[in-house]
Design a protein around this ligand. Structure first.
Ligand code: PEP
Ligand code: MG
Length: 924
């Protein structure tokens, strides 16, 4: 025992700064708040969020009922020692109770003027409603009489007593409903009594009735547990403390911790606090409030309260609370006191607060405060306005905004009320944020027809291919039943800023019958469906949505001065740009995409997927002709047709980017994405190219790959068919020359990128072509074009041999989509089947294709950075996988020392903020 008590002390000395903690005697497990306050807001680890903030509020003179916090160390001890306590605890608790008694001028367990306390949990991060609470503790058959006479309100005293027995019986003594089907046994007794007395409401019961109920409750406990309801106040207290510590490991709490990544080792603190009574009459009340509106961030007092009630009544929803504004009339003095507290809280905590209060006979008491949860819009508005109000500086404000919040200013949004009323029929992976509603179209052609009729469309496919691009462009949103967050549909949707839910495995699409079935509902083509790309939810029917104001301003459809949301957006972006170190580029394949990205603040293109430039119109067919070619002659013929398209596109890109760097990746088409699978399309293609259908079918068969993601992709294609690389490089340099020598010349800054390299020889092979063609074009035009040539790091071998690869490459761009795929040995397109189970079992905390697997893939990146720099100290480093738009991954890239991240256009603003936050956190 001695040894273990010593152990707890050793653990403490790490968290406490006071040197006195090294001696076992002076070590404390109990921290008072009230007249004497031992803790403060910075001690969350030890006191939990609630305990730390109660101490802080008491210290700054806010009216907090006195109490004490039993630290989280005791929780750790409790679980390490078969649910027992350190020896010193009982003495510490007694001393702390005496301190409350002296402040309240009441006696714990005293018969005339009893002190009642509440016992509440409080972990480092709030876990609302997950653990147990006990109110009115200290009441027994004798003290209830004392409370009745001192309050001159026997009904109130007996009501407190019956509530206490009910809570204690449930939480501490385990008297609960037998199973999910049956009712709470205490409620059953209450209902039976009301029925037998013909009194429908709880409030109809008088003191005598409640006294009868107390007798019945005690009898119930005796019958169920074989034990009497404890009469001794200290016995009650220890029972309650044990139950609260015990509730750290209840099922609800464990589930919550899993959901929010809270470690089990943190443990909870226990707060014991003098009861104040919001149910002491009509001059009493209890409520919860926010210092600002948590939905839109407006500086308006927001909250609700109930007169003559205890906190649990507000939460339980039995009575409907009134809006806080009504209090100004009903309890004007208390309201004025509350307003003062509201201001003081914000000034002190420098953040929007969510607090609980009780008014006892006109006197205000504070029971809790914490940083309030808020929507993305509110987070931004509050941060910006608090800087204006000089409550915080820009750096602090930026760190307070979850980077993802920026999205809520950009994406189309569902009307909250309509969404609530809509019927959810399924869920997929949230792949392109925002809200989309429209008629179901199962093919690109159907989407086009619907859209031309003036209807909104959601394109629903098992998976998408380049054939669907047109349909995607005509649609508000895309729903797929297969594929992950870096599947074709998701990539393209995000780049286009389209809403996308992908990999919805429980949704079945039957193309023949033209039906979509999910959640027991069967929808036909043309029926309305709605998808929320931020949550992955799929709804039956139509839900209203609208373009964001920021988007309208950036597109010139709205004047900036007309939109406060835009002002907020601009402010946050300007501040972010001031503090970030990394550059933000974008993944864009067309001039239109590039322009959007520049409007969002992109400083360059980090990835132009040239194969995506062949999606539109006739190009896809020439691309297919090129792939189907059996020899160089046929291939050159197809390439000749593709060259002008490529050149024209690069001209557009260079112009749109106006001298900013443009990284052009050589062709990297997973073949299965480009070859038509559909008989009708194959026939059309054969007709168009003047080829026999049998030839087309045979070639497609010959080109079939079992693992197309690991087949003839990337540089392998250029090595096999050098004429492809040659055509592409020629197009780049001829476009550059054209733009540079035009009547209104524009500077160009091309960076040629070789994909899927694993061997330095692969890179050397392609580099030779790049330099040769570049030289030829420059000589022909008599100009010098400055350019870089680098590689993607997409396979582990490239990362492992980074030192020799960097001898040839002027830059590395981490293609973390493929690097994740190849490092994890996990297909980007085929994780739908097991993903849910992996998440449930916490094998993946986050989808590794959405947020970098820092411990695995991240290690390889780090190795590549360190070793690449060994042979080329000025190696330029970036990332262009989908992870480049994920705030956690962005922070990781900052720590690695990358020069830029390149994400899809709509994520550029998020990346700007996340990069600033990474820089600010590093300085902290
Ligand atoms: C990658 O692999 O991360 C990448 C950007 O290339 P793609 O997604 O086109 O394979
Ligand atoms: Mg790749």
């Amino acid at each position: 025992m001695k040894q273990s008590a010593m152990k707890a002390n050793t653990a403490t000395s790490k968290t406490k700064t006071s040197s006195s903690t090294t001696s076992a005697k002076s070590h404390t497990y109990v921290y008072n708040f009230g007249k004497q306050t031992d803790g403060n807001a910075s001690m969350r680890e030890l006191l939990g969020g609630k305990g730390a903030n109660l101490a802080e509020m008491a210290a700054i003179g806010l009216p907090v009922p006195p109490g004490f916090t039993i630290s989280t160390e005791v929780c750790t001890y409790f679980y390490a020692h078969e649910r027992s306590y350190p020896r010193a605890l009982s003495g510490d608790v007694k001393t702390a109770i005496a301190l409350i008694e002296s402040q309240m001028k009441k006696v714990f367990g005293g018969k005339d003027n009893p002190l009642l306390v509440s016992v509440r949990s409080g972990a480092r991060d709030s876990m609302p409603g997950m653990m147990d609470t006990i109110l009115n503790l200290g009441l027994n058959d004798i003290t209830v009489e004392g409370l009745a006479s001192i309050s001159d309100n026997p009904r109130f005293a007996w009501d407190c007593y019956r509530r206490f027995i009910q809570m204690y019986g449930d939480v501490v003594m385990g008297v609960q409903a037998a199973d999910e089907e049956s009712h709470d046994p205490f409620h059953e007794l209450l209902d039976a009594l009301k029925k037998s007395l013909g009194k429908p409401q709880d409030s109809d019961l008088n003191a005598g009735d409640l006294q009868v109920l107390v007798g019945q409750y005690k009898e119930l406990i005796r019958k169920r547990t074989g034990k009497a309801f404890p009469q001794d106040a200290y016995e009650q207290l220890w029972g309650a403390v044990g139950a609260v510590f015990g509730s750290w490991k209840n099922e609800r709490a464990i589930l919550y911790r899993q959901q929010y990544g809270i470690p089990a080792e943190w443990g909870t603190a226990v707060n014991v606090q003098a009861m104040v009574f919001g149910n002491a009459g009509d001059d009493s009340a209890t409520g919860v409030a926010f210092t600002r509106d948590p939905a839109n961030g407006e500086k308006a007092f927001y909250g609700e309260y109930l007169v003559n009630a205890q906190g649990e009544d507000v939460v339980a929803g039995v009575r409907t609370p009134k809006p806080i504004a009504a209090m100004e009339k009903e309890l004007p003095e208390s309201f004025a006191a509350l307003e003062k507290v509201r201001t003081k809280l914000e000034k002190h905590f420098k953040d929007m607060q969510d607090f609980e209060f009780t008014i006892e006979k006109g006197r205000l008491f504070m029971l809790q405060t914490r940083n309030g949860k808020r929507t993305g819009l509110a987070a931004i508005r509050i941060a910006v306005e608090m800087v204006k109000e000089k409550l915080m500086d820009q750096r602090t404000a930026l760190l307070k905004i979850p980077a993802e919040s920026v999205d809520s200013l950009l994406v189309p949004i569902f009307d909250t009320k309509s969404q609530k009323e809509a019927q959810m029929i399924g869920k997929g992976l949230p792949a392109g944020p925002g809200a989309a509603t429209g008629r179901i179209a199962f093919t690109a052609a159907a989407a086009e027809i619907e859209s031309r009729k003036g209807n909104k469309v959601v394109l629903c496919r098992t998976e998408t291919s380049p054939d669907d691009l047109k349909g995607m462009l005509y649609s508000q949103g895309i729903l797929t039943t297969r594929g992950g967050v870096s599947s074709h549909a998701a990539l393209v949707a995000r780049q286009l800023g389209k809403v996308c839910v992908c990999g919805a495995g429980e949704v079945t699409i039957n193309y023949e019958r033209r039906t979509l079935s999910a959640g027991g509902v069967v929808l036909q083509e043309g029926d309305y469906i709605s998808i929320n790309g931020t949550t992955g939810a799929i709804y039956k029917g139509l839900i209203e949505s609208a373009d964001s104001e920021v988007k309208r301003v950036l597109e010139g459809a709205m004047k900036p001065e007309k939109s406060y949301t835009f002002e907020l957006f601009q402010t946050v972006m300007e501040w972010s740009d001031k503090y970030r170190r990394m550059r933000i580029r974008t993944n864009a394949d067309t001039p239109a995409m590039a322009e959007t990205a520049v409007a969002y603040g992109a400083e360059g293109i980090g990835l132009c997927r040239t194969e995506h430039m062949f999606f539109e119109g006739d190009r896809i067919d020439y691309m297919r002709q090129m792939i189907l070619a059996v020899d160089q002659v046929q291939r050159r013929e197809a390439l000749k047709k593709l060259l002008p398209f490529q050149r024209k596109d690069f001209v557009g890109l260079f112009k749109a980017m106006a001298g900013r760097p443009v990284t052009i990746r050589l062709l990297d088409p997973p073949l299965h994405e480009f070859l038509p699978q559909d008989d009708a399309v194959r026939r059309q293609l054969a007709d168009k190219l003047g080829l026999p259908l049998e030839f087309v079918i045979e070639r497609i068969k010959a080109l079939h790959e079992e693992n197309p993601m690991l087949g003839c992709r990337g540089c392998r294609l250029g090595i096999l068919y050098p004429e492809i690389t040659e055509m592409q490089v020629r197009a780049v340099f001829e476009a550059a020359a054209a733009v540079m020598t035009a009547k209104n010349p524009v500077p160009v800054n091309p960076e040629i990128m070789i994909p899927l390299v694993g061997f330095k020889q692969e890179l050397a092979d392609q580099l030779a072509i790049v330099h040769r063609v570049a030289k030829e074009v420059m000589a022909k035009n008599g100009i010098q074009i400055d350019y870089l040539v680098g590689t993607m790091i997409e396979v582990p071998r490239a990362a492992i041999t980074a030192e020799e690869i960097a001898e040839q490459a002027q830059f590395f761009s981490f293609g973390t989509n493929d690097l994740t795929q190849t490092t994890l040995g996990l297909s980007r397109d085929d994780m739908g089947l097991f993903y849910d189970e992996y998440q449930r079992k916490e094998i993946y905390n986050k989808n590794p294709f959405a947020s970098l697997d820092q411990t695995g893939v991240g290690k390889l990146m780090q190795f590549a950075v360190e070793n690449g720099r060994k042979s080329r100290p000025d190696l330029k480093l970036g990332i262009c996988g989908e992870h480049a738009g994920d705030p956690d991954s962005i922070e990781f890239c900052h720590r690695l020392g990358l020069h830029y991240v390149s994400c899809s256009p709509p994520r550029v603003p998020i990346a700007r903020l996340a990069a600033a936050q990474a820089a600010l956190r590093e300085k902290k």
